[in-house]
Write a protein that binds this ligand. Structure first.
Ligand SMILES: [Zn+2]
Ligand SMILES: [Zn+2]
Length: 109
């Protein structure tokens, strides 16, 4: 779990809690399981481009609250995604996150 104080503040905000519920209502089936033709109830919302891959409150808020950056997942798929992310070196993750953030910014912001 993140220790970034801005991240913690955002993830605990009423705005995020509301958006999270909206996302789970809109996409109630796990999006990863759906790719394998399995229908599992989504219980968690994942940020495709990690909120912490950008610096500063304003940019972090944009990733945190952008609908296009959200993915509904079941608990299993969500922990898988984070586990595979952590199996790479820290540098590789950071480089990958930076690329992802740039792609996201080019496309949506
Ligand atoms: Zn799943
Ligand atoms: Zn996640």
């Amino acid at each position: 779990m993140s220790r970034n104080p801005i991240y913690i503040k955002l993830i605990n905000s009423a705005r995020w809690k509301k958006l999270r519920v909206q996302k789970l209502k809109a996409n109630s089936v796990c999006e990863e399981c759906a790719k394998r033709d399995v229908s599992t109830l989504a219980t968690e919302v994942h940020h495709i481009t990690p909120v912490e891959s950008v610096a500063g409150v304003a940019m972090m808020e944009r990733l945190m609250f952008n609908w296009m950056n959200l993915q509904s997942l079941c608990h299993m798929c969500h922990s898988e995604i984070h586990k595979s992310a952590f199996s790479h070196s820290k540098e590789a993750i950071q480089a990958n996150n930076k690329r992802g953030a740039k792609r996201f910014i080019d496309r949506y912001l």
